[in-house]
Design a protein around this ligand. Structure first.
Ligand code: SF4
Length: 565
């Protein structure tokens, strides 16, 4: 885990990039179907990854495509913005739009010749892709529920917006490459003349050692999984006001199995901070990671490893130095629950909001399920604000009660199940994209998750557990993009068609599960869970969740249950 002091190749790429310019503009102007070299790393800071269609591999050539991710603080988008992203996915992408588990949008399947137009289109809709990926503070997550009867969620969203603006990269490279007209953008090779600190006062020219994730939640509603973030803020509420935030540091999901010292981690409770000091404290924490995070080995560059190396006390003392004040203990309150915000709810201002489950976040028309057309029809008739959720769903806000029947009818007519028709397990399940677009995927995730859920649901129904809230997250590799290490059940791709089965997390996302079994074939996942669910049903304590049960009885007892089956 040691930083040997020799910067990794990516550090050198960032340093010589002239604040994220590289040669992206000139490569975009060339006829090749792909970019090459260092620019592939720099592209990520602009919100796009070059990929290839893994279904089309073979014969020695690749079909190059790009994923374009929008950064949407708190997942808050207008109807016009939502419709613009749908238009862009049809005009330039593969016809599908994905809601990410970090409350953003992803366009997939964009060819290089359309990349600039796609990113410009997103900016014309007043959204952005800047810093949606890369070694920077990425999208700022925040509970999206539009509860307007109290100011609390509004204050949280304002904090997310303020932080997003504060930590946005300041380099003009993004504007020059993607937004400026025609030939003007070709001039970006001219070296920026400003001093480093003037260009990027927070990041400097090498930005952060690794990606950095933020989330803002409430104790009773950790729908954005703040324990999995590098920096989590939990609002402490008294009366109708946020009196401050508990600050959690060092969460992170990615693991590299070949490097045994890597690990998933939940955040640790660092301190409590008043609202007016929150931005300054967050900046101090980010700068500690900037200056002391591992820049020689990217496998150990997330802030969780810095905290593991130093211990929380030393980390806190260093943050205090940067912040210029001593930090108090955290407030005693902590996360107690989670809410997926699906279905119809009162906003508290006479209006209603509706949470719509989007299976694995993929908005498309396929067979009888025509959710893309349903969303278009609803937003055309009710052009209301929308929110994207961390469980890859969406919320329609500010609806009058009279809209309820009409919207339910549109959904039903398009084959979209209403929240009450879905099991809690389905509502709390998510999956990463994996094949065919993710270059790191070892096996399938999003494309097989519906079948996996069918079989798990059937098993739960058979055991009389159909109404239980069991959170199941699947990823196609151990990088953990769909946060698979903290729910009740985690399924992490290990080999083609095989998964590592994690148990013992919880839907609240406050605990890392344990490896129960490795290399479980996809088609055997439900049968492997069967004896465990049976034991849970007969031995659980009152109100105990599946994850809490697995955590309490432990791997050994669960293994015996399987052996005696
Ligand atoms: Fe790709 Fe792995 Fe992330 Fe899934 S978890 S999107 S397979 S990197």
């Amino acid at each position: 885990m040691a930083d040997n002091g020799k910067p990794s190749k990516l550090e050198r790429i960032k340093e010589s990039s002239r604040f994220l310019r590289g040669t992206i503009a000139s490569q975009l102007a060339e006829p090749a179907p792909n970019l090459a070299g260092d620019d592939l790393q720099l592209l990520k800071f602009h919100g796009t990854y070059q990929q290839d269609d893994r279904d089309q591999r073979g014969g020695g050539s690749k079909t190059y495509i790009f994923m374009v991710r929008s950064r949407v603080p708190g997942g808050r988008v207008s109807a016009a913005q939502f419709l613009a992203e749908l238009d862009l996915c049809e005009k330039y992408g593969n016809g599908t739009l994905r809601i990410t588990d970090r409350q953003g949008f992803q366009l997939h399947g964009i060819v290089k010749g359309n990349l600039r137009d796609a990113i410009r289109g997103i900016n014309e809709a007043k959204l952005s892709t800047i810093a949606a990926c890369g070694d920077v503070c990425r999208n700022f997550m925040c509970c999206p529920a539009p509860i307007n009867g109290s100011p609390v969620r509004r204050q949280m969203q304002e904090m997310a917006d303020t932080l997003a603006d504060h930590f946005r990269p300041r380099s003009s490279a993004y504007y020059e490459i993607w937004i400026k007209d025609g030939e003007e953008s070709q001039k970006v090779h001219e070296v920026a003349t400003e001093a480093d600190d003037d260009v990027e006062p927070i990041y400097g020219k090498t930005y952060l050692p690794r990606k950095f994730k933020f989330g803002i939640a409430l104790p009773e509603d950790n729908c954005v999984d703040i324990y999995t973030q590098d920096l989590g803020l939990m609002a402490v509420v008294e009366g109708e006001q946020i009196v401050g935030y508990n600050v959690l540091v060092g969460g992170g999901q990615g693991v590299t199995p070949a490097k045994k010292e890597t690990f998933p981690a939940v955040g640790q409770r660092l301190t409590f901070v008043a609202p007016e000091q929150t931005v300054a404290l967050c900046e101090a924490i980010v700068k500690v990671q900037r200056d002391h995070g591992n820049r020689s080995d990217r496998k150990f560059a997330r802030m969780k490893y810095l905290i593991a190396n130093w211990g929380l006390d030393r980390f806190k003392a260093t943050v205090e130095e940067y912040f210029g004040q001593s930090l108090p203990k955290p407030h005693p309150c902590d996360i107690t629950d989670v809410d997926d915000h699906m279905g119809w709810h009162e906003q508290g201002d006479g209006k209603l909001f509706l949470g719509i489950n989007v299976e694995n976040g993929r908005i498309q028309d396929e067979g009888h399920l025509r959710i893309k057309s349903a969303i278009r029809a609803i937003l055309a008739r009710y052009p209301v604000e929308t929110r994207l959720t961390a469980l890859q769903g969406m919320i329609l806000c500010n609806l009058g009660p009279s809209a309820k029947d009409a919207i339910n009818a549109i959904l039903t007519d398009h084959g979209v199940p209403l929240a009450e028709d879905l099991t809690p397990a389905r509502r709390y399940s998510i999956a990463c994209p994996a094949f065919p677009t993710c270059g790191l995927a070892i096996t399938e995730s999003e494309r097989v998750m519906p079948q996996v859920m069918d079989s798990i649901e059937a098993e739960m129904q058979q055991q009389g557990l159909g109404g239980e809230r069991i959170a199941i997250h699947m990823t196609g590799c151990p990088n953990g993009c769909a946060r698979p290490y903290t729910p009740d059940i985690g399924l992490v791709g290990k080999a083609r068609g095989k998964y590592t089965l994690y148990l013992g997390g919880n839907p609240q996302g406050t605990r890392i599960g344990f490896i129960f079994e490795d290399m479980v074939p996809q088609e055997e996942i439900a049968s492997r869970l069967s004896p465990l669910l049976s034991k849970y049903k007969s031995e659980r304590t009152d109100g105990e969740s599946f994850g809490d049960f697995c955590h309490r009885v432990g791997k050994e007892a669960l293994t015996s249950a399987v052996a005696t089956e």
